[in-house]
Design a protein around this ligand. Structure first.
Ligand code: COA
Length: 160
């Protein structure tokens, strides 16, 4: 990776976490509704329940990690993952990676993911898993470029 694309991952401040978690929950609700043909309110309920179950102690929930990505002193995005250790091959589970709109298409997500992979290796996690909605072609393109393989495909058909 070229020097100019070096990014640094620093633990999220409490303020950044509050901003991110609100944004991410709204985004997840909208994406869930769109991908699974649910109403907006159904998507919102699923998102609210998911956050309560996943993050009962918010940013301090054990095994969850939240980082802000910095490049040249600018906050360019974020990443959220969880350590999953109760497996023969433990892994990191990526819940969210985000490059803010004005910084997209500059190779920064690739650099951010490289930083994430380094962190996971330092934590002794040899594998990275993630879920991506089928409509999210940008993210799928990113993950494919980085060498991820598809493990599940879910389908739906309207009958009436
Ligand atoms: C997905 C996302 C992280 C990509 O960030 P980015 O910094 O623009 O990505 P990069 O510039 O590093 O590009 C990496 C690859 O992603 C894919 N990609 C990124 N933007 C794309 C776009 N607008 N259209 C198609 N493919 C795109 C391409 O394969 C690209 O490789 P290339 O530049 O060699 O063609 C960014 O669009 C984002 O934050 N989206 C909103 C949040 C989100 O959906 N996160 C994923 C949750 S699973």
């Amino acid at each position: 990776m070229s020097e100019s694309l070096m990014i640094e991952l620093k633990p999220m401040t409490a303020q950044a976490y509050e901003h991110f978690t609100a944004l991410s929950r709204v985004d997840f609700a909208a994406a869930k509704s769109r991908a699974e043909r649910l109403s907006i309110s159904e998507g919102q309920k699923i998102a609210t329940d998911a956050w309560i179950n996943l993050l009962p102690q918010g940013q301090e929930t054990p095994l969850h990690h939240f980082y802000t990505a910095w490049k040249d002193g600018q906050d360019i995005g974020m990443v959220w993952f969880k350590e999953e250790r109760d497996w023969e091959t433990p892994y990191g589970y990526l819940y969210q990676v985000w490059v803010w709109d004005q910084y997209q298409r500059q190779g920064l997500a690739k650099a951010l993911m490289a930083g994430l992979e380094e962190k996971l290796k330092q934590l002794g996690l040899p594998r990275l898993r993630l879920h991506v909605f089928a409509f999210n072609e940008r993210a799928i393109g990113l993950y494919e470029k980085l060498g991820f393989e598809t493990t599940n495909i879910m389908m739906v058909k309207e009958l009436i």
